[in-house]
Design a protein around this ligand. Structure first.
Ligand SMILES: [Zn+2]
Length: 338
């Protein structure tokens, strides 16, 4: 009886009823519920993955709606966090699935608890700080995870089966320094890109959880504007600190950034732990699209909504207009990029 709603999926013979039963018994966590996370959660809930946890630190805003398909204008009026709004929608779609929302910032103290006892972890995040934490936690606990990213017109995804396939640190040993990569908030993003990358992540999840089919062994890179679809092979590296040597530097490290609330100033300071020098003119160029940016050789300043963000060449930032550290970390990830 419970399989009836999945009939169009179970008569797809490579999956079949046996594959469907495995999906129903599976548990996943989707970290980040933006463009990618919404698409992944939508597809996996409809597909009947039995236990889905959705983690996100942010709330729904108007400029999310062109790509974050689980949200609507009412969620904004109600001021809902994304994880809560997503859970409400997903439960309406499929009441057989257990949906657990968690409104939280993922950091080195809670990431292991968040991925614990899950069959698979799906990346719906928008920053490398969190992805390297997920990678360390998943390699340490031998939990498969699927990396995904989308910006502008392109995106990529890769399955990581710890100690069998390359991990994120085999691909890039170190995360890109803060302020050096484009984000959705500086470069923009077409709504179709997370739909495609999220669909691939969801399909790979269905293969891995059901044990059917052949999971993608490499990195898939797609550019929808340029009409390109490429698959690169990535080899495991014996020298990889994480899956090669078992050193989980991101779990053990303090935060990738120190966050300090500046008392009485309604401001939060974010100081990256890694030493880095960023080019203020290059950052100014990327931020131009979102509003007025001013800079000199000492600092760069821009206004976004009610916040005034000041960034220094060592990637330290002061975010004025809030004393909430999570809000500040979120703005930093969006506009400076971690
Ligand atoms: Zn590795």
């Amino acid at each position: 009886m419970e399989l009836e709603r999945y009939i169009r999926q179970t008569i797809f013979s490579p999956l079949g009823e046996e594959g469907q039963r495995r999906l129903l018994a599976s548990s996943v966590v989707i970290i980040g519920c933006g463009g990618l996370g919404c698409n992944i959660a939508n597809l996996l809930t409809r597909a009947g993955v039995g236990h889905i946890r959705v983690v996100d630190r942010d709330y729904v805003e108007l400029d999310n709606l062109h790509r974050q398909i689980l949200f609507d204008e009412e969620d904004i009026e109600r001021g809902l966090p994304k994880a809560i709004a997503a859970a409400e929608k997903l439960r309406k779609v499929n009441s057989q699935v257990e949906i657990k929302p968690l409104v939280a910032d993922v950091h080195h103290r809670n990431v292991e608890e968040i991925i614990k006892d899950r069959d698979l972890v799906l990346d719906g995040t928008d920053n490398f700080e969190t992805r390297y934490l997920i990678n360390d936690a998943c390699v340490k606990h031998d939990t498969p995870w699927i990396y995904g990213g989308a910006v502008g017109s392109y995106g990529m995804t890769m399955n990581i089966i710890p100690h069998q396939t390359a991990c994120l640190r085999c691909l890039f040993t170190e995360p890109p320094p803060p302020g050096t990569i484009p984000t959705c908030d500086t470069m923009g993003i077409l709504g179709s890109v997370p739909a495609v990358i999220g669909s691939i992540e969801a399909t790979e999840a269905i293969k891995l959880l059901s044990g059917k089919g052949s999971p993608n062994p490499g990195v898939i890179h797609i550019d929808l504007w340029e009409n390109t679809f490429e698959v690169f092979q990535v080899a495991r590296q014996e020298t990889c600190p994480s899956c090669g040597q078992g050193k989980f530097e991101f779990l053990e490290a303090k935060e990738a950034a120190m966050v300090t609330s500046l008392c009485g100033r309604n401001a939060v300071q974010i100081t990256p732990v890694t030493e880095v020098t960023i080019s203020l003119p290059a950052l100014a160029k990327r931020l131009q699209a979102i509003g007025e940016v001013t800079f000199n050789e000492f600092l760069l300043r821009f206004q976004v909504n009610d916040y005034l963000v000041t960034i220094f060449p060592d990637a330290r930032a002061i975010i004025r207009g809030t004393s909430d550290e999570t809000v500040a970390r979120n703005l930093y990830a969006k506009y400076i990029g971690t």
